[in-house]
Design a protein around this ligand. Structure first.
Ligand code: AMP
Length: 374
């Protein structure tokens, strides 16, 4: 459903599918602009519930969805595994941005790879796998080492298996225990980078500088922004790739694309049709945060400046709570806690260091990585 531009008397109530930390940070960014927020999440303890109206219910329940839609000006989502039908049903009542088609591509690795290929964004050699026999032939066609990934519902490295030699084929098939997968060639990358793009309803588009990301066990541990030694050529290449994806999807909102950088080239790993963990540094490290720009984009407001202010490093707080007093004692540190109960490998918050001095950021990053054993 397309809406006409917002009237001042419109309720300015934003509906967000998902009540995690991304929804929470979207709301915190949207309040200064006068918006209100409502979240839908099956978990009564969802972190966004602390900062807005939380509807507890299932995404698949049509009555819940219809009640959630009442009075909304616009709706968005904060995690890409929201059932497509829920986004579509909501879209019959209220405009949903990014468009549900983006959700469709973002939640299925096969659809995502087809999209990347269609718009000329390089991907690693890959093959679809539905059976044990498929996996055997894919291992030969793609070549080893390779990474087997579930097509759907895989995130933060979950549902993945690295195959190093042919003997791993049987083991991988037994471990991942059936389903639909893609097998993709392992990329011996120089580093991992990501771009955050934002596109307004009228088509205006802006890009944040590429950032360098470091993962362990498939989970983002830290981000350095802008990526050290970032060349104009690499930034332009990433922007071209992102533009092709945005155009193909008639996209509105923030889009993140993660790349492997190899010999000055970019190979797409995956995209997220939402605000992204590798963009958290923008809260303090850019002139306008990804959260603010997402809200502006979906309300067709002029986008804010995406340039970096000095240098930043973002460290995720994973599993073990941090000591707030210790973090707050560092003048360059900005602590964000999501109000979640500690659990192994759970993202509980993040810490951003921001300074005009790149060397000082690297020093702080090294010190805190050692402290947190990241
Ligand atoms: P993903 O869930 O696909 O983002 O994968 C999580 C992490 O696993 C990535 O950020 C990489 O560090 C690593 N990884 C995934 N796919 C590949 C690949 N084809 N080659 C090398 N590393 C990979």
């Amino acid at each position: 459903m397309e809406s006409s531009s917002l009237k001042p008397q419109a309720s300015r109530l934003v509906g967000i599918l998902g009540g995690g930390q991304l929804g929470r940070m979207l709301a915190l960014a949207g309040y200064p602009l006068g918006f209100r927020f409502r979240f839908l999440d099956p978990n009564p303890d969802a972190p966004a519930g602390h900062v807005g109206e939380l509807h507890v219910g299932n995404f698949t329940d049509s009555t819940t969805l219809d009640r959630f839609a009442e009075g909304l000006s616009v709706a968005t989502f904060e995690f890409e595994n929201v059932p497509l039908d829920a986004a579509r049903r909501l879209n019959e009542r209220v405009p949903v941005y990014p468009p549900p088609a983006a959700l469709d591509a973002g939640q299925d690795r096969l659809a995502e790879k087809h999209l990347f290929e269609r718009v000329g964004v390089p991907v690693p050699p890959w093959s679809a796998v539905d059976t044990h026999a498929d996996l055997k032939s894919a291992a030969t066609a793609v070549g080893l080492p390779a990474v087997m990934k579930t097509r759907r519902l895989g995130y933060d490295g979950k549902g993945q298996f690295v195959l190093r030699d042919p003997a791993d084929v049987d083991h991988a098939w037994e471990t991942l225990a059936g389903g639909s997968f893609v097998l993709e060639k392992f990329v011996p990358f120089d580093r991992e980078v990501s771009i955050i793009a934002v596109r307004r309803r009228n088509g205006d588009t802006r890009f944040y500088p590429l950032v360098e990301n470091h993962h362990r066990l498939g989970i983002l541990r830290w981000t350095r922004a802008p990526a050290p030694n970032l060349s104009d050529a690499l930034q332009r290449l990433a922007e071209r790739h992102a533009t092709n994806v945005l155009d193909a999807l008639s996209y509105v909102g923030v889009l993140a694309i993660e790349f492997f950088e190899k010999d000055g080239d970019l190979i797409a790993n995956e995209m997220a049709p939402r605000v992204h963990n590798s963009g958290h540094w923008t809260i303090e490290g850019a002139r306008t945060s990804q959260f603010t720009n997402h809200i502006r984009a979906i309300f067709d407001l002029p986008l804010g400046d995406t340039s970096a202010v000095g240098h930043s490093a973002m460290l995720n707080i994973i599993g073990t709570p941090s000591e707030p007093a210790e973090c707050c004692a560092v003048p360059e540190a900005h602590l964000h806690l999501y109000g979640k109960a500690p659990r192994p490998e759970r993202k509980l918050g993040h810490l951003t260091f921001q300074s005009p001095d790149a060397n000082w950021i690297d020093t702080l990053l090294a010190e805190w990585r050692a402290k947190w054993r990241e």
